[in-house]
Design a binder for this molecule. Structure first.
Ligand code: 2P0
Length: 337
């Protein structure tokens, strides 16, 4: 046995691994964030208002282990290469945790999504929320949700919102719950149009939009104003007004991005949106929203979800529907062993 093997064995025997598992749901923005403030810190240029969605989840276990020479990431059962984008982003988050906890230990991360990854279904939101909570806990940091949200935001701004339950606002650095899951009797029907990863990440799409869209300034002005109007409508429990503003926010965001050449929608997305609008015209009140990917999300009152779902299932290009509802923020499933 070499000296290296002997010391590795001794390290394993002393096993100082500290572990925690966290579960987080993705969220979708009803009032969208698109664009970042100048400078470092990953701070959104506009406020956003989201709903955290039960019905889809990421579960992540982080184990700090003094015997590791590098962080390891296994995503949906697949070990990620040292320089894979997901692995690099995970290590950046862990580096912040290590600095705060005054440790140099590397960590093993195992993360599983029960829905398509990196295709515009907010897997980075639930992924970084779960990773932030699990890693801070595993490192022994006794942080409140706001502090964990700030850690998550630095990796993916929308992830800060998944720390909280129900309807959540992200304004500058701060994420906070605005209303609980029962504030609207809402269902969100996620119309999955592909299982593939998207070609342009949100981060890149935002940069290109800021650099090249002639409508970017108008977007920032309009998004800031309509966020406040939406918050008022939400606090009144006004489904119709929240829905109208949500559909408008999504279309404004995509119009702004499209003017810079960034197109996330496909024919299937637009077919599903057309069906949402046809339902609305015929008295079944539904609204559509679209994130940085080709899936259409349909907002509908809970008691009308079955009817809307049947109509959307018949739309060509809609592969399947995931039914979600306002849900809880990120939570721990297990602490240090
Ligand atoms: C949102 N999206 O408010 C908007 C609407 C997608 C469309 O936030 O660059 O993964 O990592 O902060 O948070 C998705 O972008 O982007 C997103 P980064 P993130 O939900």
């Amino acid at each position: 046995m070499t000296v290296k093997q002997t010391s590795a064995l001794a390290g394993a025997q002393q096993d100082q691994a500290r572990a925690a598992t966290a579960l987080a749901h993705p969220n979708i923005a009803l009032a969208k964030y698109w664009g970042k403030r100048e400078g470092d810190g990953n701070i959104p240029a506009v406020p956003s208002l989201s709903v955290t969605l039960s019905g889809m989840s990421t579960t992540t276990t982080v184990s700090f282990d003094d015997t590791l020479v590098d962080d390891e990431l296994v995503l949906n059962g697949e070990p990620q290469a040292h320089d894979a984008r997901a692995k690099v982003r995970a290590t950046q988050l862990l580096d912040r945790v290590r600095a705060a906890a005054s440790t140099t230990s590397r960590a093993r991360i195992e993360s599983v999504n029960d829905f398509p990854t990196a295709s515009g279904l907010a897997s980075s939101a639930s992924g970084f929320a779960a990773l932030a909570l699990a890693s801070a806990t595993a490192a022994g940091l006794d942080w409140d949700p706001s502090r964990v949200a700030d850690l998550a935001r630095r990796s993916s701004a929308s992830a800060a919102r998944s720390l909280f339950s129900g309807f959540v606002e992200l304004e500058g650095l701060i994420a906070r719950a605005v209303a609980g899951p029962a504030a609207l009797d809402l269902r969100v029907l996620v119309c999955v149009t592909t299982e593939a990863e998207k070609a342009t990440s949100s981060t890149v799409g935002m940069k290109l939009t800021q650099a090249a869209s002639p409508y970017y300034e108008a977007w920032v002005t309009d998004a800031t104003r309509s966020h406040l109007t939406m918050r008022d409508a939400l606090l009144r429990g006004d489904f119709s007004h929240v829905g109208e503003l949500a559909e408008r926010s999504a279309l404004a965001m995509h119009a702004c991005a499209m003017a810079a050449g960034i197109v996330y929608v496909t024919g299937a997305t637009l077919s599903a949106l057309a069906e949402v609008r046809a339902m609305r015209a015929s008295g079944l009140e539904t609204y559509g929203t679209i994130d940085a990917g080709p899936h259409l999300k349909c907002l509908v009152r809970a008691e009308e979800a079955v009817r809307a779902r049947a109509r959307l299932e018949a739309v060509p290009g809609v592969l399947r529907i995931i039914e979600t509802a306002p849900g809880d923020g990120a939570r721990l499933l297990g602490g240090p062993p």
